[in-house]
Design a protein around this ligand. Structure first.
Ligand code: FAD
Length: 231
């Protein structure tokens, strides 16, 4: 029963993503034709404009730049959280058409670091694998998969536009986010910063934008809302 490792690659993204979003924004504010518009939006001007957009919350121009990621080595538990982000496109490896050979799975770090928990976890994975393989001899994969655990590895391709990525990163980069989706968000965020530094300059966990922590308990980076906003 091999353990799977997180791998995230950026497959593609909109060419000149920052300039594209800034051009869309400038179209809103300038009474000029497209040729003049393209000349006006230099990298320096794009930087200024993108700062203004994110400060003012005028986020729709950011929808013109999209990013596509190929992801493997995440659990079905994690992919379930990922696909809750509806403003995105997903293609996920099917458990109907693809049989789970090799039975790759994800082990949570807290399970791994506790000998007793790890023993229980591995026993349970072994039992699931055995049941799955026995069922496969009797029923189609689409039915045998019902005994597969949340820990099973999945592969998924996701495309999100920048506005949706901002929403995703604000929630999932939070220190208090569930560890696996946070690891995934951190890997995606690093790739976005490399591909489009201008566009993601103002992006981060939600407390960075709000100036306070909207959770019930803070990790300490920012004060709680009640302590930050008096009255
Ligand atoms: C800390 C945390 C705990 C969570 N706990 C739970 C939980 O216990 N149970 C659970 O079911 N989910 C839970 N979720 C998932 C959460 O409710 C969202 O489904 C998920 O974070 C996707 O966010 P989103 O809807 O903003 O993203 P998207 O679906 O990508 O939507 C982006 C934005 O578009 C707008 N939007 C999209 N669809 C609609 C719509 N139908 N109507 C109006 N506006 C829309 C909203 O402004 C939304 O923020 C949790 C998420 C986090 C971060």
């Amino acid at each position: 029963m091999p353990e799977a490792k997180l791998k995230v690659e950026m497959l593609a993204f909109t060419p000149k993503p920052g300039e594209t979003a800034a051009t869309a924004a400038h179209m809103c504010y300038a009474g000029i034709d497209i040729e003049k518009l393209k000349q006006k939006v230099s990298p320096e001007y794009a930087k200024k404009l993108l700062k203004r957009l994110t400060e003012e919350g005028h986020m729709s121009p950011l929808e013109h730049a999209s990013f596509t990621f190929a992801i493997e080595g995440i659990s079905r538990a994690c992919s379930h959280q990922l696909v809750r982000h509806r403003i995105a496109s997903f293609s996920q490896q099917s458990q109907r058409y693809v049989k789970e050979t090799g039975f790759n799975f994800i082990v949570p770090p807290k399970v791994k670091s506790n000998e007793n928990s790890l023993k229980k976890f591995n026993e349970s994975m072994g039992q699931s694998e055995k049941a799955y393989e026995e069922l496969l001899k009797e029923v189609p994969a689409e039915d045998a998969r019902f005994v597969l655990p949340n820990a099973c590895e999945t592969r998924i391709i996701v495309t999100m536009n920048t506005r949706s990525l901002y929403n995703f990163f604000e929630r999932r980069l939070c220190v208090r986010a569930q560890w696996e989706i946070r690891c995934l968000a951190e890997a995606m965020f690093k790739l976005c910063k490399e591909a489009a530094p201008l566009l993601f300059e103002a992006c981060g966990p939600i407390c960075d934008r709000l100036g306070y922590c909207p959770e019930r308990e803070t990790c300490g980076r920012k004060p709680l809302r009640k302590d930050a906003i008096k009255g």
